[in-house]
Ligand binder design. Structure first.
Ligand code: ATP
Length: 235
């Protein structure tokens, strides 16, 4: 579904990604793990068109996308739920969700999607439909962010640090939601500090260090890998 082919990405003169390559197949959960500053968020931002690679290519469903703007990429079916949620705090939950579906591929079916798919999956958001997003708890806000990402009817859902800043019991709930989303056939790419829980729900994972992939494979195998254990699991 997605092929990232040896991309080099810079912030000014600073090279953040150096020949980074990975691929995502339809229906799987793929995790990116690595230390702070390794280049995980930069990879996600480049896939969703917020940054453009200086070299390399990104192909999604058979077409090159690395020169496209973010809006076009959402319309092609990639939805990026950014780190830090970035909701509109003074707007209601419902308004935030509808905004997520304000793209060509989803606009016509927003109400239907909300009622038939989003609210059944996130019953708490239905209860709080008319509440201002800024007054929700951190976990609820993260659910709005994920639900908003799904409103554009994506084929690939990209999640950047969905559990950041949440209490452990809510983190558990968040991972359950991600499993549910996948069980509905969605393809998911996820960056997470919570490496153990992430590798448990992912099918495959890539370990990113200094802007490129140093290791990849079946996530359950990586969970037992000595380098991964030492570097990321503190064992
Ligand atoms: P983290 O978990 O800390 O976000 P990460 O693996 O997602 O880590 P990135 O945020 O992709 O890492 O950062 C990769 C490198 O690019 C780092 O050296 C970082 O300092 C740098 N970087 C990230 N964003 C910018 C920016 N807007 N301007 C300049 N440099 C940046």
């Amino acid at each position: 579904m997605l092929q990232v082919e040896e991309i080099d990405v810079f912030y000014g003169d600073m090279q953040a990604l150096n020949g980074l390559a990975l691929d995502v197949r339809e229906g799987e959960i793929v995790a990116l793990v690595g230390a702070n500053g390794a280049g995980k968020s930069t990879t996600l931002r480049t896939i969703s068109g917020l940054l453009h690679p200086r070299n390399g290519r990104i192909v999604f469903c058979g077409g090159e996308i690395h020169k496209n703007d973010p809006h076009t990429i959402v319309d092609l079916g990639i939805s990026h739920v950014p780190e830090g949620r970035q909701l509109f705090p003074m707007m209601s939950v419902r308004e935030n969700l509808l905004l997520g579906g304000h793209v060509k591929r989803a606009r016509g079916q927003r109400e239907e999607k909300l009622i038939k798919e989003i609210f059944p999956m996130f019953p708490r958001l239905k209860e709080r439909e008319h509440q201002m997003a800024g007054t929700l708890s951190g976990g609820e806000q993260q659910m709005v962010a994920i639900a908003r990402g799904m409103m554009s009817n994506p084929r690939l859902l990209i999640l950047d640090e969905p559990s950041l800043g949440l209490a452990p019991v809510i983190v558990k709930e968040m991972f359950e939601i991600i499993k549910t989303i996948r069980s509905k056939g969605m393809t998911v790419m996820i960056v997470e500090q919570n490496v153990v829980q992430t590798l448990k729900i992912a099918d495959r994972a890539y370990v990113v260090e200094n802007g490129h992939v140093v290791m990849s494979g079946d996530s359950k195998e990586l969970l037992n890998d000595d380098h991964v254990k030492q570097a990321y699991l503190g064992m």
